[in-house]
Design a protein around this ligand. Sequence first.
Ligand code: PMT
Length: 398
Amino acid sequence: MLKGKHILLGITGSIAAYKAAVLCRLLKTAGADVQVVMTPLAKQFITPLTMATLSKNPILVEFFNPENGAWNSHVALGEWADCYLIAPATANTLAKMAHGIADNLLLTTYLSSRAPVVVAPAMDLDMFAHATTQRNLSELRQTGVHVIEPEDGELASGLSGKGRMAEPSQIVAFVDALLEEKKKNLQGKRFIVTAGATIEAIDPVRFISNHSSGKMGYAIAGELAERGADVLLVTGRTALPTPTGVTRCDILSAEEMHRAVVEAFDSADGAVMCAAVADYTPEHCADRKLKKNDDDLVIRLRRTKDIAAELGSRKGDRILVGFALETDDEEAHAREKLERKHFDFIVLNSLRDTGAGFRGDTNKVTFIDAAGSEALPLLSKREVARRIADKIEGLIQK
Ligand code: PMT
C-alpha cells in the first residue's frame, strides 16, 4: 500500500529520534518516497547526514538556505505529502501544533498541509500524563490528527511508564492502514446513525441530560460514509464537526430524535443506535423559569419512547446495531437488550473499564450477538468505528 506514496517524515528533538532512522528505512523498504523535515533541536539527536542517506533526499530544517537564499517551501512540502508523519513528536511540538504556533519549518508545514497527519508522541511518563499534554492531544484528535499511543516501558530518564514512542514497525503498519484506499463496499446503502445526548427540558433554563459527547457516533457516521454509505446522522447537541459526506440532523429531545429516526427508517438499509437517549422526560416543561423556595422540588417524569425497540419491531431485513452502556452485570443486561430490541448485534461498553464510554477518545467494547461475544482491547473510537463497519459489511455480504 505504501508503494509510491509520498511520506513527509517530521522529526522533533527527542531521544527517540534514533528510531526515526529505522522508521525511514522501513518506509523506504515498503516503497514509499520519503522526505524528512527536522526541527533545529532534532539535529542534536540524529544527524541530517544519517537521515539524508536513508531517505535519499536532502534534509529540510530551515525556512531557507542561508548560502544561496533558496526557500524551503512549506506549502510545496505540504502539497507533496500523502501523509505527514511526525515521529517522534515531543510535548513541545504537540503543544505548538494544538495552538497554531509556527516557529519552525516542521510546524509551518503542519499548518499548510492538507494531507492526513499522524503523530507518534515520545516523552517522559509525567509529561505524557500531564493534563496539558492530554488536553493538547485531545484537541489535535478533534481536528483530525491521528495519534499513535506511546508504549509503556523503560524511558530514557530511567523511569518506567507510558511515554516510549511506538515501535517503527507499528508506526509503518498504522500509516499503511491509513493510506489504504477504502473500498466503497457500502455504496448505495443508506444508514442512520444516532449520536450524542438528548436534552429534556424542565423549564426554559434547566434540563436533564447525560455525559455523551457524540464522539463514538460521529466516528461511526464518518467511517460508514468513507465506505460509500449515504449516512444520516441524527445528533444531540455537540461541538463536533460534521464528518465529511454525512448529512446531519440536529435534535434536542428524545421525542425529536424519535421523530427524525422513525421517519428516515423506512427508506434506510440500517441504523446504528449510538446515542444516549433519555429514558425519562419531565411530564411538563414549565414555560417560565421555576422559582426556588425553601421546599424540595418534585419533578414528575414520564417514559420516553424507546426508539431502538420501535425500529426493532419493524426492522424487516434491515441491519440494526445497538449500544449498551452498563455499570454492572454487563453482558446479561446487554444480551437482554439485544433480544428485546431485535438488534443484529449490540456493542457493549462498561463504565467499569478505564478509557471506555463517555467523552474520551478511546473505548473498550464487546460485540454481542446471537452466536456469542467478542471482546476487543482498548482502542481509539475511530478504530472501534472501523470494527463496527467491518461487522456491518460482514452482515450485508451474508
Ligand atoms: O458520545 P460519547 O461521549 O463518545 O460516548 C459514547 C457512548 C458511551 C454514549 C456510547 O458508546 C453508548 O454506549 N451509547 C448508548 C448509551 C445508552 O443509552 O445505552 P442504553 O443501554 O441506555 O440503551 C440501549 C440502546 O437503546 C442504545 O442503542 C440506545 O441508543 C437505544 N435507546 C435507548 C433509549 C431510548 N429511549 N431509545 C433508544 O433508542
